[in-house]
Design a protein around this ligand. Structure first.
Ligand SMILES: [Cu+2]
Length: 634
């Protein structure tokens, strides 16, 4: 990259060229633009309505940005893309820019330093009565998590002012509090950090679901040798943040007393997590929890026949899965989450063939490369997908996510998809039986269970039950519906509205809920797995519930080896879906291996169905530094 002809430069040149070619066809392309005229339809010539966040790239090994969290009043479509609703949500702005429906895309590479100064400009937390879950949840206290990044999770103690790694184990009285508090995050990526898509979102225990189900999220792209392949670098890159914001509008506001255009409530998230929408007067009301891509409902993407593009998929939803399928095209996947593979996994059109597309649970990502076929219009869909199995089988309905219009351009020279093998970081070398045995090789079991779904348990008197379960299980969660409802009834209290008006008039109340016996959701550090640094271990996660639950672990990715005890073709990921249909008597399971080489410090593992996590399905991992290394001759 010395003479200006490196991949980044040629990519930029190509983008310029692409725009000229496209505009020669009188197709207007609007990248990086939030304001579009959806009605702008020039006869049969398509308009690209797909927008994506601004990309901020590291320079000389550094990317340094200011990130702000604040309320955003905007208009979003529900399921019907032709209608827009005034909504108020939490969102990120950066540097001098105000909040947008997505955070900027942060582009770094192995060896870089990423610095993010997070300032919380959200209003004070609402006042809360004793025993109110919102007291615990503190919807406007926040922090920052870089989902999937392999980086130091602790607090740096060698800096003059405090600097934080991927530190999310804030106590309930800590965090980045509203009205101007800030925190400097510093992420030093190891030189061999794998290349792929990651993302950032809040992970403050008790409020992560609310905040991530607003619009507090943005992409992180780690670049590496795979991106420097000439065909890869030439392929235009699109970032897809799949979002399902929970909001209120006049169609259903009466249900929870949420005013149109005001913020969502926990009740809404807790009760309507499955994507079937909210119920209004007994009817399914689907318009308040749509899947958007970068804030747009069903955007149009325009490609030329023979054009190759790289698409980065990031499922930022807090509950639902996607089963991605592109009509009459093949999605060639080359990263699973952010972890690269040497060969492509191909996902052809599955509509007539089993219906299994590229499945992304909450928190999953994927990189695919596609080549546009014959001119025509094709749909990017999510096909119907199971979200719970066994006795309580739940199938999410299919949906149209975007429209791909392929146009004819005779002057365009068809591009090619790079040949395999693709370059993959040595960080992702398989974990063999020998390596496991020679590096501690400890086996652990973690159990995920929803206690509130078990009707026989009376949660009002269940402290001892909880404690027993905590003692016997690796992790535990309460039920997102019944538990909170019961606790609310018990406290004879309604959820405090979190409308802006109420919030700004409120005074900050010091939290006390956790010391109150009547209200005692599980803390994020109730269970701690202590692991010596430099060890290699094998963990099995059990799922006692019908839900296909995404299990996510921070900092060190998982090398998945078994599903339900049966060996599979192993792969790397940081968010793995536990099979549905589990029961406490017959749980489902996933087994994986992890290396704990690069960092010591505290982090968490949790259900990426974030309301589970906020209610207690989270536990801590603490990597203890070892002197001289843990490894013995294997
Ligand atoms: Cu994460």
């Amino acid at each position: 990259m010395t003479d200006g002809s490196g991949p980044e430069d040629s990519r930029r040149q190509f983008l310029g060229l692409g725009l000229r070619v496209v505009s020669g066809l009188a197709v207007s392309v609007a990248f990086n633009a939030c304001d579009r005229n959806d009605e702008a339809d020039h006869g049969d010539i398509p308009t690209q309505t797909f927008v994506q966040p601004t990309m901020l790239e590291s320079k000389d090994g550094l990317l340094d940005i200011d990130l702000t969290a604040s309320y955003l009043d905007t208009k979003l479509s529900g399921f019907d893309p032709s209608k827009k609703h005034a909504v108020s949500l939490r969102a990120y702005g950066y540097n001098t820019k105000g909040p947008e429906v997505f955070g900027p895309t942060l582009v770094v590479k192995g060896g870089d330093q990423l610095r993010i100064k997070l300032t919380n400009n959200l209003p004070f937390n609402p006042p809360a009565a004793p025993n109110d879950p919102l007291l615990y949840m503190k919807p406007n206290t926040t922090n920052l998590h870089t989902h999937g990044l392999h980086v130091f999770p602790g607090i740096y103690n060698n800096s003059k002012s405090r600097e934080y790694g991927d530190y999310v184990v804030d106590s309930n009285s800590g965090g980045v509090v509203p009205r101007g508090d800030s925190r400097q995050y510093v992420y030093n990526l190891p030189a061999n950090h794998p290349a792929g898509p990651f993302y950032y979102h809040p992970q403050f225990h008790g409020s992560s679901a609310l905040q991530a189900a607003s619009l507090m999220q943005g992409a992180i792209l780690v670049r590496g040798p795979v991106d420097d392949l000439p065909e890869m670098a030439r392929a235009r890159e699109l970032i897809f943040l799949f979002q399902a914001p929970y909001f209120a509008h006049d169609g259903f506001s009466s249900v929870y007393g949420v005013n149109a255009g005001s913020l969502e409530q926990f009740d809404q998230i807790g009760n309507h997590s499955t994507g079937h929408g909210v119920k209004n007067n007994g009817k399914d009301y689907l318009d308040a929890q749509p899947v958007l891509i970068n804030g747009v409902r069903q955007p149009t993407i325009v490609m030329r026949s023979g054009e190759v593009q790289r698409w980065r998929f990031i499922n930022t939803q807090i509950f639902n899965r996607l089963n991605l399928n592109l009509d009459s095209h093949i999605l060639h996947q080359f990263t699973q989450d952010g972890w690269g593979t040497a060969t492509y996994q191909e996902f052809p059109d599955a509509r007539q063939n089993g219906g299994e597309g590229l499945v992304l649970s909450a928190g999953n990502r994927s990189s695919v490369i596609i080549k546009a076929g014959k001119p025509g219009t094709y749909l990017l869909r999510t096909l119907p997908v199971k979200i719970a199995d066994g006795l309580e089988k739940v199938l999410l309905p299919g949906d149209v996510l975007a429209k791909l219009v392929v146009v004819d351009d005779r002057k365009f020279i068809a591009q090619t998809i790079p040949d395999t093998p693709l370059p993959v970081s040595d960080f992702l070398k398989p974990i063999s039986d020998q390596e496991l045995a020679g590096s501690g090789g400890r086996k652990r079991i973690i159990v995920l269970n929803i206690t509130g779904n078990t009707e026989s348990i009376n949660l009002q008197d269940s402290q001892s039950y909880w404690e027993k379960l905590v003692a016997t299980a690796g992790s535990l969660a309460s039920d997102t519906e019944r538990f909170v409802r019961r606790k609310l009834t018990q406290a004879d209290h309604e959820i405090t509205p979190t409308s802006e008006k109420n919030v700004t008039n409120a005074t900050y109340v010091k939290p006390a809920a956790l010391s109150n016996d009547n209200y005692n959701l599980q803390l994020s550090n109730s269970i701690i797995q202590y692991v010596p640094q430099n060890s290699v271990e094998e963990w099995t996660i059990f799922n006692c519930n019908s839900i296909c639950r995404p299990f996510h672990i921070h900092v060190n990715p998982m090398y998945v080896t078994k599903v339900n005890g049966t060996s599979i073709s192993p792969y790397w990921c940081d968010t793995v879906t536990l099979p549905g249909g589990g029961t406490p008597e017959m749980p489902t399971s996933v087994t994986f291996r992890m290396r704990f080489d690069d960092f010591s410090g505290p982090y968490i593992m949790h259900s990426q169905m974030l309301q589970d996590s906020d209610l207690g399905m989270v536990s801590r991992v603490s990597i203890l530094p070892t002197q001289g290394g843990f490894k013995t001759a294997g």
